[in-house]
Design a protein around this ligand. Structure first.
Ligand SMILES: Nc1ncnc2c1ncn2[C@@H]1O[C@H](COP(=O)(O)OP(=O)(O)OP(=O)(O)O)[C@@H](O)[C@H]1O
Ligand SMILES: C[C@@](O)(CCOP(=O)(O)OP(=O)(O)O)CC(=O)O
Length: 401
């Protein structure tokens, strides 16, 4: 009993917001200045896997992320672990199924892997902290809202604890107890909705989301109008568009909110610029495509980086892929692995159609690193294959991506 090792392994998805979270009213508790809403992506393409082991044999807490040991001095990580230990102590030692969870005073080893670039604007912190919070709740049999814990690791992480369409209610209470994620609709609700991620850069971004949003809250006059007037209305309209599966409304609001998020970034002082020329070309392509069809058939959204996330219905996907690969072809030699994820039939462009689009740029190879086709997905899963061995050390794994 004394030397028993408890181990749990889980996976969690990435989520991409269609109404953006940007700005905190409480840095410590990670409480936002506005509510937000996101789509959870399919874990077959983008996911974090985390194993947590707890044992009296361990000398100290340790964490490995993507095969590299990292410092435990990260304040958000420390806060999350402290909160889990506090709740474990408070909730006692018996779980509902009669088995005994590990004691709150043992050290833990954490091992986590992302199957996509970390800190590159692909929401790695969201999947990472959602996975950690979910795994800890399973391990310690905690009776708690997982989104409350995930939020304290990274705000957007709270939305990754559910599949489908998820809103993060900003809440009003000072202690943050009502600042939680709620599922608006499960992944089965809108099976035709698909996602294309255009990876412009997988470099670490210059201004982190945490720091960028602090500057915006402090300096942008436009931000006040966004939080008080724009987002509350958009949350309602977006929820309705999702419930009614109204793609044109969903797409319009998604693009408008991405535009406004980048507008408040530019309105910050000093200004924050996450979009680059390739991002702007993607915006132009989507706008021209929708104009030609006289309705919104594709939506773009950009987080704190130049990568584009495009939403469309399945019936539009092959035309979209053919257009994107026409205007953003791979560099010669890079064709083979250019489109990843859900396999796509051979998509060719109709040259008359592309001529009608009237873009101000010509097809240019090499502006995108690669493209990921994915769909809407489920929430965290309990897995059986651990990343840590019986000695509590990482098992030989694949090299970090
Ligand atoms: N699997 C993981 N387990 C634990 N922590 C992780 C994991 N993946 C990422 N993180 C944490 O998240 C940080 C990256 O967060 P950051 O917000 O900079 O990038 P991002 O989430 O990829 O981008 P964005 O939030 O703008 O979409 C990492 O430096 C690490 O501390
Ligand atoms: C642009 C965003 O992706 C910002 C995400 O910010 P984070 O959740 O990464 O920030 P912290 O709470 O400081 O960790 C928009 C969104 O996901 O809603």
């Amino acid at each position: 009993m004394e030397n028993e090792t408890h181990t749990v392994t889980c996976s969690a998805p990435v989520n991409i917001a269609v109404i953006k979270y940007w700005g905190k009213r409480d840095e410590e508790l990670v409480l936002p200045v506005n509510s937000s809403l996101s789509v959870t992506l399919n874990q077959d393409q983008l996911r974090t896997v985390t194993t947590v082991s707890v044992s009296r044999k361990f000398q100290k807490d340790r964490i490995w992320v993507n095969n590299r040991e990292e410092s435990m001095e990260n304040p958000r990580l420390k806060r999350l672990l402290a909160e889990v230990r506090r709740l474990t102590k408070e909730q006692g030692s018996m779980s509902g199924n009669g088995t005994r969870p590990p004691s709150h005073d043992c050290h833990m080893h954490i091992c986590s892997e992302n199957n996509f670039p970390t800190a590159a604007g692909l929401a790695s912190s969201a999947a990472g902290y959602a996975c950690l919070a979910y795994t800890l709740c399973q391990l310690y049999h905690l009776q708690v809202d997982v989104s409350l814990l995930a939020r304290q690791g990274s705000g957007s992480a709270c939305r990754s604890v559910y599949g489908g369409f998820v809103k993060w209610e900003m809440g009003e209470r000072e202690d943050g107890s009502d600042s939680i994620a709620v599922q608006v609709a499960p992944e089965s609700h809108w099976l035709e909705l698909e996602v294309l991620i255009l990876v412009v850069s997988s470099e670490k971004k210059a201004v982190s989301s945490t720091r960028g949003m602090q500057t915006t809250v402090k300096t942008s006059p436009l931000m006040k109008y966004r939080c008080e007037t724009v987002v509350p209305q958009r949350m309602e309209t977006m929820e309705r568009a999702i419930v009614e599966r109204d793609f044109p409304s969903f797409a319009r609001l998604t693009m408008q909110d991405s535009n406004q998020f980048h507008a408040v970034c530019l309105d910050s002082y000093p200004p924050i610029l996450y979009l680059n020329d390739t991002s702007k070309r993607v915006m132009q392509l989507v706008t021209a495509y929708n104009k030609l069809h006289q309705e919104e058939r594709v939506a773009y959204t950009f987080d704190a980086g130049p990568n584009a996330v495009l939403y469309c219905l399945r019936e539009t996907m092959s035309e979209l892929i053919s257009l994107v690969t026409h205007y953003f072809p791979p560099t010669p030699g890079n064709e083979r692995n250019y489109i990843r994820g859900i396999s796509s039939e051979d998509c060719r462009t109709d040259s008359d159609f592309t001529k009608k689009l009237k873009l101000t740029f010509d097809p240019t190879p090499g502006l995108l690193q690669y493209i990921i086709r994915t769909s809407v997905g489920d929430g965290p899963r309990l897995l059986t294959q651990p990343l840590l061995g019986l000695d509590g050390l990482p098992l030989a794994t694949t090299p970090p991506t």
